[in-house]
Write a protein that binds this ligand. Structure first.
Ligand code: PHE
Length: 358
């Protein structure tokens, strides 16, 4: 009965072989070695033909038992391996939702946008509207309607970016631009919005117009070729210089603090008469004189004046009936004064170490 013993021994070895298979591949090798067509158990079963008819049922039964035992152990082991593999995979992919997340970086408004909104708040709270106009303008709106004479130096291509193609061979020159009324340019001031507003609205007009302007200046600590202004315009019956002064004093104190004083200096602008420049007392030395205010105690922040009657006439408004005042302020300059910025160019660099401070 050595075949019976062989079968029992085979079962013992098979269990060991299966138990020691460490990978699914090794397990498959074991299955082929045991149960495959050339496998050990298969070989033994083939030998059954040599047995006597009496021995055959007993050995056959034993062979079947061994076979199904081996098959069962194999499949249990295979299932356990698959389960372990699955668990490893899940563990590797596990997401710990209790870990702190990566916070998305939230940006904020640029300092210049913040200041423009603040100026809008100051004026909207006293009933002004916010208007806008095109940055690509014609010389009519930027100069002519604003009473600038044809030979005014600011019309020259040295002081204004012209975007219209000039005739071949011609050179941008004050005289050239003094002739054409429709030359296209990048606006050098927001004052053109005064004209657009008076053309499309009837008085009373109380408006401000923030926006970008352009001048062919090389960027340095106090100049940018592109910057922002806030224009203001009031046209109503009986408006006087007292209204200008009261309004701009209110504006300056809203922006810089109640303790600030203002000073009105005579100046000239083509579109206002009389005109003035407005200074605010220095916030660093409070008027004593220091290096920030170049030892004058004052810092210039606004241009302003009473709207020239010619400008009203250009816009179809009767200067006998209406009068008004206008003003313009540089937004970057206000930012620089507020935060002691030593160099306006820092506002344009996009350096987050600088911008994130505001
Ligand atoms: N537009 C003038 C400038 O750019 C400022 C200004 C506006 C002056 C309105 C008077 C009235 O310098």
């Amino acid at each position: 009965m050595s075949l019976l013993d062989d079968l029992r021994q085979l079962e013992v070895r098979a269990r060991q072989l299966i138990a020691s298979a460490e990978t699914q591949e090794k397990l498959e090798e074991a299955r082929v070695a045991l149960l495959g067509r050339k496998g050990e158990l298969t070989g033994m079963m083939r030998m059954m033909g040599q047995l006597t008819p009496e021995e055959r049922p007993q050995v056959g039964k034993c062979a079947n038992e061994v076979r199904s035992a081996v098959e069962q152990v194999l499949s249990e082991r295979m299932a356990a391996m698959k389960q372990a593999a699955q668990e490893r995979k899940l563990a590797a992919e596990a997401l710990d939702i209790t870990l702190p997340g990566v916070r998305p970086h939230l940006g904020h408004q640029h300092l210049i946008s913040q200041i423009i909104e603040e100026i809008e708040d100051v004026f909207c709270s006293i009933g002004y509207t916010v208007e806008s106009g095109p940055q690509v303008e014609t010389s009519y709106y930027n100069f002519t309607a604003l009473n600038a004479p044809m030979d005014h130096p600011s019309r020259s291509a040295r002081d204004t970016f012209y975007v219209l193609d000039l005739a071949p061979g011609s050179v941008a020159h004050p005289e050239v631009h003094a002739q054409g009324e429709s030359d296209v340019l990048l606006r050098t001031q927001t004052s053109g919005v005064q004209i657009h507003t008076m053309e499309t609205q009837t008085p009373p007009i109380y408006m401000i117009a923030p926006g970008r302007v352009y001048r062919p200046d090389t960027a340095d600590a106090s100049h940018l070729p592109q910057f922002n202004q806030v224009e203001g315009l009031v046209v109503d019956k009986g408006i006087s210089f007292a209204d200008l002064k009261g309004t701009l004093d209110y504006f300056v104190r809203s922006m810089f603090g109640k303790d600030r004083r203002t000073r009105y200096r005579p100046h000239f602008f083509p579109f206002t008469e009389p005109s003035c420049e407005i200074d605010v007392s220095c916030g660093v030395c409070h008027g004593e004189g220091c290096s920030f205010c170049k030892h004058s105690g004052w810092i210039e922040i606004l241009g302003a004046g009473m709207v020239d009657p010619n400008v009203l006439v250009n816009c179809g408004i009767d200067p006998e009936l209406y009068s008004g005042f206008a003003f313009g302020a540089g937004v970057e300059r206000i930012a620089a004064l507020r935060y002691d910025l030593p160099d306006l160019r820092t506002l344009m660099t996009g350096d987050m170490r600088f911008l994130a401070q505001f």
